[in-house]
Design a protein around this ligand. Structure first.
Ligand SMILES: NC(=O)c1ccc[n+]([C@@H]2O[C@H](COP(=O)([O-])OP(=O)(O)OC[C@H]3O[C@@H](n4cnc5c(N)ncnc54)[C@H](O)[C@@H]3O)[C@@H](O)[C@H]2O)c1
Ligand SMILES: CC(C)[C@H](C(=O)O)[C@@H](O)C(=O)O
Ligand SMILES: [Mg+2]
Length: 370
């Protein structure tokens, strides 16, 4: 069996707390022989600023580049609020995404059966919900130049962010979305704002062309991003694969999270292009952030982080059965009533981050007959 090199970057706030639970699962997979890992740890974000004076050291970037996959907790927090823009914790994560070419961010929003009543919406609107948001991750307004704040003669300031997309950037994310749709329900919705943005005009044009030339068997719908946000809340099950740009994808995935019960439920995979050897760079992280409001209290939900490991098993290592096992254990732990605070109904008993990790481990052991 291959041994996979995993770089663990816990980061800040609740990042290390949820990473500790994923490490239990990584250890269990190794012990049972379902997968073999060599793990190493590194710093990113605020923890890297504290350790090396910058949010991502060249050495950590080199180790990330050499790893078979990266698991990341979360970055950021009030401790680093006053720091210069390019040195903030979030800049470390953005550099990792950009320098490793992780352009395709998959953010599945699945409503687990036991959580249909924990959703922000009525049960019938979310029961069976399974949306795959495909977010472009290395372009758009996050990286476009110029990006600056300049002083004006009257003493006030002018801030500029630039949204840029090229045909090639849109084509490759469109292919990811259409290929995924073929394995799912065969439907793609593409969200942009071609009514006010040139990048939206190009986005729609390129997605339409890729569809016509290669994916006539897939159903394509174009939707304006603001309407898309509303539709996600009005009738979310109309969507299957939802492809969109970097900024809209960031916002729409947080909206989708609340359909599943909590931001603590959404995992993600950030994938690069497939190389000649058939491998690709990949980073797996929860959609949520460092949650400073609950950090250190021991009640963060580790499911988004553990679900991100399941995505890693599936997308980086082709270990679909192990991924199913982990996702099945999450489903069963929830079905047995395990609830961190964010997904508990009023009056329902809650458990800690570590107890949720243990509940998932117990279900893994039961499933393997250990
Ligand atoms: N990928 C990342 O590392 C990432 C993602 C988003 C935000 N951030 C950063 O995190 C910091 C805090 O941002 P924020 O507060 O706007 O967003 P956040 O995602 O950290 O938290 C938003 C809300 O969701 C709750 N929440 C998040 N994850 C949870 C979990 N696993 N279990 C239970 N509750 C959870 C938090 O308690 C908070 O109330 C900022 O510095 C931001 O830039 C980082
Ligand atoms: C922390 C921040 C840079 C990041 C983003 O905006 O992409 C986060 O919100 C996310 O969703 O991963
Ligand atoms: Mg976000």
């Amino acid at each position: 069996m291959s041994t996979y090199k995993l770089l663990l970057l816990p980061g800040d706030g609740i990042g290390p707390e949820v990473m500790a639970e994923v490490e239990k699962v990584v250890g269990w997979l190794g012990k049972t022989g379902l997968a073999s890992f060599e793990t190493e740890h590194g710093h990113v974000g605020g923890s890297a600023i504290d350790a090396h004076g910058k949010p991502l050291s060249d050495e950590t970037l080199a180790r990330a580049d050499a790893a078979d996959a990266i698991l990341l907790g979360a970055v950021g927090g009030p401790k680093w609020n006053g720091i210069a823009y390019d040195l903030r914790p979030e800049a470390g994560l953005l550099r990792l995404r950009k320098d490793l070419g992780l352009f395709a961010n998959l953010r599945p929003a699945i409503c687990y059966p036991a959580l249909a009543d924990a959703s922000a919406l009525k049960r019938e609107l979310v029961e069976g919900l399974d949306i795959m948001i495909v977010r472009e991750l290395t372009g758009g307004v996050y990286f476009g130049e110029p990006k600056e704040i300049t002083a004006l003669p009257d003493g006030s300031k002018r801030a500029v962010d630039t949204q840029v997309y090229t045909t090639g950037e849109i084509e490759r994310i469109a292919h990811v979305a259409f290929d995924l749709a073929r394995k799912r329900s065969g439907r793609v919705a593409s969200a942009e704002k071609n009514n006010v943005m040139k990048t939206g005009v190009l986005w729609k044009e390129v997605v339409t062309k890729v569809h016509a030339e290669h994916y006539a068997d897939v159903e394509l719908e174009h939707v304006l991003a603001d309407n898309c946000a509303m539709q996600l809340v009005r009738r979310p099950k109309q969507f299957d694969v939802l492809v969109t740009d970097n900024l809209f994808g960031d916002v729409l995935s947080d909206v989708a999270a609340m359909l599943t019960g909590s931001l603590g439920m959404l995992p993600s995979a950030s994938l690069g292009a497939v190389d000649a050897r058939g491998t690709r760079k990949a980073l797996y992280e929860p959609v949520h952030g460092s949650a400073p409001d609950i950090a250190g209290k021991g009640f963060a939900n580790p499911i988004a982080m553990i679900g991100s490991l399941a995505m890693c098993l599936r997308y980086s290592f082709g270990l679909g059965e192990a991924a199913d096992l982990v996702e099945g254990a999450i489903t069963k732990a929830l079905a047995s009533g395990a609830r961190t605070r964010d997904i508990a109904a009023e009056g329902q008993e809650t458990i800690s981050t570590a107890q949720m990790g243990d509940a998932i481990l117990r279900e893994l052991e039961t499933a393997r007959g250990v």
